[in-house]
Design a protein around this ligand. Structure first.
Ligand SMILES: [Zn+2]
Length: 117
């Protein structure tokens, strides 16, 4: 996953005639269940020997959204107090269990800072 992010980042940087990438800001959906610190580490690894080597990497986790297909109410995925995810049987207040995940599964490249010649 870090590799594919890097590919996109490098491509965008090349389009801009960048010589170096100085900062990458990413947003990861919490339902991807990626540990931000681990992902940060992966990004550092894959950027080695590229123009993004040593870049500042910012990662924020985006909360999920789950929507009830019946009444349209938006819910949030539960999180246990120790910050580990639990997989509850999600049920809307209206009793409907037919829920759709609308946010939390995406990985967005928010911004890239580059240096030009
Ligand atoms: Zn509902």
């Amino acid at each position: 996953m870090a590799m594919s992010v890097l590919d996109i980042v490098l491509e965008k940087a090349k389009e801009q005639n960048a010589t170096k990438i100085t900062e990458i800001t990413l947003e990861i959906g919490e339902l991807l269940f990626l540990n931000p610190e681990q992902f940060h580490f992966c990004m550092e690894l894959v950027t080695e020997h590229t123009m993004a080597e040593g870049t500042q990497i910012n990662i924020t986790v985006k909360p999920s959204k789950v929507k009830c297909k019946k009444c349209g109410k938006e819910l949030r995925w539960d999180q246990s107090p120790d910050d580990h995810f639990v997989f509850p049987v999600l049920e809307c207040e209206c009793g409907c269990k037919d829920l759709e995940i609308t946010e939390g599964r995406e990985l967005n490249i928010v911004s890239i800072k580059i240096e030009r010649p």
